[in-house]
Write a protein that binds this ligand. Sequence first.
Ligand code: ADP
Length: 168
Amino acid sequence: AMAILTFIKEFLYHFAALAKMEQTFIMIKPDGVQRNLVGEIIGRFEKKGFTLKGLKLITVDSDFAERHYADLSAKPFFNGLVEYIVSGPVVAMVWEGKNVVATGRKIIGATNPAESAPGTIRGDYAVDIGRNVIHGSDAVESARKEIALWFPEGIAEWRSSAHHWIYE
Ligand code: ADP
């Protein structure tokens, strides 16, 4: 009976862990690419234990950048933001893991690098809010929309063999 209870408990824990599996859209902005931060940034997500599910270097046009940032279209910095995003290639990525949306935002740091903690990507590598190196989805629902926008071709289907070394 003990063994059955243990099995049920393990099963429920496993199920709860799976339920928290998320995907997030992460983009290294043109300044991050120009400043040779691509390897450093990918390394941080990789070493944390998250799984890379999509990756491409892509230059987008204003139409596309405006769609990505549609929610900010009324902001005074919107035109400058769009110009910034189209100014060179960006690295578009999908990362998967438990709570990856919120944890990804923590790894990235506060929007304004003046307020991002040291140890975060923006805290370590950025100075101005309009050159803050990286984007990360702010919620599971926006991640879903952003992944659909940036990866209409779909993403990789694979499971890391390190999975059981990262999740209990
Ligand atoms: P985040 O990227 O942290 O989710 P927002 O969604 O509020 O932040 O803004 C999107 C991006 O717009 C920011 O990452 C930054 O590049 C730019 N931005 C935000 N606020 C300003 C501002 N006051 N001036 C210039 N650019 C800004």
